[in-house]
Structures are given as C-alpha cells and as structure tokens.
Write a protein that binds this ligand. Sequence first.
Ligand code: PLP
Length: 416
Amino acid sequence: MHVPNIPSLTDADPQVADLVHAEAQRQFEKIRLIASENYVSTAVLEATGSVLTNKYSEGYAGRRYYEGQQVIDQVEQLAVARAKELFGVEHANVQPYSGSPANLAAYLAFLEPGEKVMGMALPMGGHLTHGWSVSATGKWFESVRYTVGKDTGRVDMDEVRDLALAERPKMIFCGGTAIPRTIDFPAFAAIAEEIGAVLVADIAHIAGLVAGGAHPSPVGHAPVITTTTHKTLRGPRGAMIMTDSAHAKAIDKAVFPGLQGGPHNHTTAAIAVALGEALRPSFSEYAHAVVANARALAEALVERGFDLVSGGTDNHLILIDLTSKDIAGKPAAQALDRAGIELNYNTVPYDTRKPFDPSGIRLGTAAVTTRGLGVEQMPLLAEWIDRAVVGEDVEKIALEVSELMSAYPMPGFAVS
Ligand SMILES: *Cc1c(COP(=O)(O)O)cnc(C)c1O
C-alpha cells in the first residue's frame, strides 16, 4: 500500500485511492530505468501532500501581493538558502512550475521574440525547450542546433564554436535529455563569452550528480543554471533557476510576473526537504553509486553485444542503438515493460527511423540506486534486458524481477 497511508482518500474517493495504491505497487515491483525518474522520500511525499497547497503567494518573500505570508515566506527562504548552499550559487529562484517553464523564463529574461538561440538538436539528445521546432521556443525564436559526432556520439566543441561564431546566437543552452557523457561547461562558457551570448546550463538530468560531486558543476561557468528537481536530485516535480548576482533580477522578473502566477508552496516545501536531504553526506554517496551502477550496467550491456551511443557512460544515463540487435526501440521497450523492466524508446543520433518508432532505448540508474541495487546486480539486469528485448521469457523474467525488487524497500510503499 501507499505510504503515507491514505485513509481519508479511501473513504472519500475509493476509485482514486485504489489507483494510488496500484501505482505504488507497480513502482515497487518493477525495475524502473526511465532516466528522468526516481523515488522521492516519504518526507518529500508528506511535504507535497500538505496544507501549504492552500496558500496563494504571488511575489517573492517580503514582497507578496497577498496577506498571510508569515509562514510561506520562511518556507521559500529555506528552500532558496539550501539551494544556494548545496550548489554554491549566488541566487536561486525555486518557483518555476517545472523544467520547461524554467527554460521559458530564461528566454523571457534575455531574448526578444525572433532572436537567436542555440541548443543541442532534440534527436541528438537535446530538449524540446532548447529551440526545437515543435516547441514554442522554436516557433517564437530563431534557433540553431549543434549535434554530436556521427562516429563519437559526443558533442564536438570545435563544431559548437564554429556554429556559434557563424550564427552568433544571443543565448546558448548546454545540457539535454539523452546525453551519456560529461558536459564540458568551461568550453561552452568560453564560446559564449567569445560571442557575448548568455550561457544557460540546463542540468535537469544531472542536478543530483552535480550536487553530490559526481559530475562537474556549471557554477562559475554558466551564469544561468536551470534544473528540474525531480530527476537525479530526487525531489518533488518542480524546478529551480540558479544564477549569479548579475542575472538574478532578470530571472526573477521573468518567472513572476513574466510567466507565472502563484508559486506551488507545497512543492516549494518539498524542494526544501529534498535539498536538505541532498546536503547530507549520504547523498554524495548516492550520486556516486548512481554513476557506478550506470558504468557497471553499460559494461555488462557491451559484453552482451549492445551498441551504446558514445560507447558507454559518464553519468546516470545509457543510450542504446538497437539496430545491431535487429529490433526497433518501441517493440523492445514494450517487451521490456512486460518483463517488468520499465524504460523508454528514444531516438539515437542520426537515427534512420521515425521519432515515434526510433532505433534506440534510453536507461538510467537513478531510481534503482535509490532502491539499493548495487554494481553486483547490474550483470543480471543486463542479462534480463538482453533476453527481454527480443521478447524471450518475458513472463518468467517479470516474476524474477518482482522477486528481486521485493527485497529492496521503496519509500512511499509498504507491503500490506
Ligand atoms: C526533463 C527536462 C526538462 C523539462 O522538465 P519538465 O519538468 O518535464 O518540464 C528540461 N530540460 C531538460 C534537459 C530535461 O531533461
């Protein structure tokens, strides 16, 4: 059952309560390898489910448009102070509703409509909001995209520099959703400085690794850093924008009143809780364990003949090109889901198939590491993946998976 238990919900709306319990059970039984997902602590769950959701507080601490902010101001100030301490930044805005609106705030702060942004192309591992065509950011702004090397699967900083010098974008994004390698923040910073562009480091995926010292930090290189709080950082669904002092005011104005109304105070409280957890030494151990697990899983997959984009991983994420296994990403992901292994199909760089039916799958180790799986389990995961992608023994594997996972407690769930 779900923990904290939900007796009032069960009374008031058993239909929804049953669904909540069912989802908790599903998350308990499966091996969750979706690279952007995690398990939050019960403390984060409790803060998220609190009466702080009842309060409106447009504005910032000490400068609100509604009365009754005696407590909420303290909650937001706590979250801000912890973000500043954890990442070592001069300023933090914890109000963005999620990662996409956080990025939109950067556009509003530093670009006029029609001006030029540069980001990593979506099919190469970038994010929609970095100027991709179907996104508002690609429709309302002019965008240019850098890629990865066809042979290396890695961003080529010389190519990024050449493109930046030729196109002279006003804002540059680094970071993305399917990048298995370390992001070279100093190199991006040097390019941005050369052309006078604002560098935005979008660390949505790797924020927990940065916080835990398992990935280099963009602080001191990128004056603006956007992140979600719910991926490797292991907080509630939300986002933050961290800046140096010079960019603070523009970002704050862009988030409110530029883009948003009242902040989600229950989420702010849960962000504060998650940041408090990330400030403890155990979180650094967690971040390093996430990377060690990803490395071990990558090695075991390579041994089984899987073709990994860039050949491996430096972080929590693995991108597999299944072309050599003679199966497409979507049927593979569906077969894996039936085998109790949850991940997503994904385009790979220079994919010859369509985005809705691409050649790859994407995996991450943030969630399984939270459950307590270690490097010693990764060869077994690789073996199950190897058999299940081609639809072999899926029912049998699903049973073995749920048996394995039953030994690892899940925050948010208790066997009833
Ligand atoms: C997940 C992600 C986002 C968007 O976050 P949402 O909360 O889903 O809007 C933005 N940028 C990157 C790089 C991401 O991985």
